[in-house]
Design a protein. Structure first.
Length: 71
């Protein structure tokens, strides 16, 4: 989290080898579940809650990492 590491660069290069169908499948299902988690927290705690803001920030970080991998 945060600092760029050598393995990050290697992972991005290796991720280019993942077939597009697999990338699409993974992206679709992971993002659906992240959206479900965020929706649950929204309904449980409200958009203005600290819990919602923390989880939303973490989910955005996960999405950013997935995007770097082409997912």
């Amino acid at each position: 989290m945060g600092a760029e590491m050598k393995m990050d660069t290697v992972a991005v290069i290796e991720a280019e080898k993942i077939p597009e169908a697999c990338k699409t499948y993974l992206s679709h299902h992971i993002r659906n579940e992240l959206t479900s988690i965020l929706g649950f927290i929204l309904l449980s705690h409200g958009e203005d809650s600290e819990v919602y803001r923390v989880i939303e920030t973490r989910i955005q970080h996960i999405i950013s990492d997935l995007t770097r991998l082409g997912l």
